[in-house]
Design a protein around this ligand. Structure first.
Ligand code: HEM
Ligand code: FES
Length: 345
């Protein structure tokens, strides 16, 4: 649990997830190339590849952005969230292939360094139809590369969770730049109608999902604003030694039942955001289902010598129901566990 570098811990689920991403991308690229050649046999393979990689990167970026709100709307999407970073790295690689082909095709034949050429070929920032849209693509690619380079857990620990999260929020800036890159680029040349349609679908899906998720969270927050303690479930719904994940004021909380007591902690493991509510209690500690980090349920503290701490929540048990106060206590604060009343199994 120290800050030293450890290689990615591959497991079967991660391998399957990556195989699905690789197969999906390969099928998309093959269909795109075949469709383009059939539709326009005169187009060069370089142009077709630039378009295939560019649209694939835009598609995977749209999926990356959709996963967060989908999980907030329906927790059955959560398995997609656990390895979302892999899809982000795939997006970066696809965008890199697109950018490299585009630079070789349009900027490698002159006397100027190709990268400098991207920056100086067009600088008419006031014209919509001559806007230097490739510079927007280059900036988006730099952001995606920065995020891919810092996607490993090592950087999460080195930078601390808040800094890492702020850095990765730049994905929204990258997406806006990509949308402007595609829209302004399309104004400068004949494009097949499929391109504006794909872009419109991408923007509509992204805005709609984020809007729906935000509305759902606002109304849930409003419902709970006056509630000191919220009824989250019946005691019998939690198996002995196991947890249940509930959503309170937009935060996922893991409620555990063990040795006739109930405690609640944040559902987010300090290691790699694993879902603690899906873990179990072993030897008096919550064990994360992903890589086995441990926490005391009453204080949210990892047992010595480890130092990870989770926010805790006040809990009560009344007439067989578990009540949790939605406001978290500072990470590592001891909270007296609620006692399960006799007669409840
Ligand atoms: C170094 C960075 C980049 C450069 C130099 C670049 C260059 C270009 C060029 C020249 C085109 C027009 C190609 C054509 O005439 O068909 C284009 C279009 C496009 N770009 Fe980029 N781009 C870059 C980054 C990106 C990124 C990061 C994305 C998405 C994540 C992206 C997505 C697209 C898409 C979807 C199109 C429209 C499809 C097409 O016409 O190729 N680009 N880009
Ligand atoms: S996410 Fe790795 S131990 Fe919890």
């Amino acid at each position: 649990m120290s800050t030293s570098y450890k290689a990615v811990g591959w497991n079967r689920q991660k391998r399957r997830y990556d195989a699905v991403i690789a197969a999906g991308v390969a099928v998309y690229l093959a269909l795109f190339v075949a469709g383009s050649i059939l539709h326009d046999p005169d187009s060069t393979i370089e142009t077709v590849l630039i378009r295939a990689f560019g649209t694939a990167a835009c598609l995977t970026l749209t999926i990356v952005l959709a996963i967060g709100p989908l999980c907030r709307l329906d927790r059955r999407f959560l398995p997609l969230l656990y390895n979302r970073r892999h899809l982000g790295v795939a997006t970066c690689l696809l965008a890199l292939a697109h950018g490299t082909f585009a630079i070789v095709q349009f900027h490698a034949l002159g006397d100027v360094n190709p990268l400098v050429s991207v920056l100086v070929t067009s600088t008419d920032y006031r014209s919509l139809t001559d806007f230097p849209y490739q510079q927007l693509g280059l900036l988006a690619l730099l952001i995606l590369a920065l995020m891919a380079a810092t996607s490993h857990d090592f950087w999460l620990r080195v930078l601390s969770a808040p800094v890492w999260k702020s850095l990765h929020m730049l994905v929204y800036l990258a997406y806006s730049l990509v949308v402007a890159h595609i829209a302004l680029g399309a104004l400068q040349a004949e494009r097949h109608v499929i391109l504006p349609v794909m872009l419109l679908v991408s923007v509509t899906v992204t805005l709609t999902l984020h809007g729906l998720a935000a509305r759902g969270e606002r109304s849930a927050d409003a419902d709970r604003a006056n509630a000191t303690f919220v009824d989250v479930c019946g005691v019998e719904e939690i198996r002995e030694g196991r947890g249940k994940t509930v959503c309170l004021a937009g935060e996922r909380v893991a409620v555990f039942r063990y040795d006739g007591k109930v405690s609640a902690v944040s559902n987010v493991c300090r290691h790699q955001n694993g879902p603690l509510g899906e873990g179990k209690i072993v030897g008096g500690c919550i064990v994360c289902p992903w890589h086995g980090y441990e926490y005391e349920p009453s204080s949210g503290r990892a047992p010595a010598p480890f130092t990870e701490r989770l926010p805790t929540f006040d809990v009560r048990v009344e007439r067989g129901r578990v009540l949790v106060r939605p406001t978290p206590r500072p990470a590592g604060t001891f909270v007296e566990p609620a006692l399960v009343e006799r007669g409840i199994s």
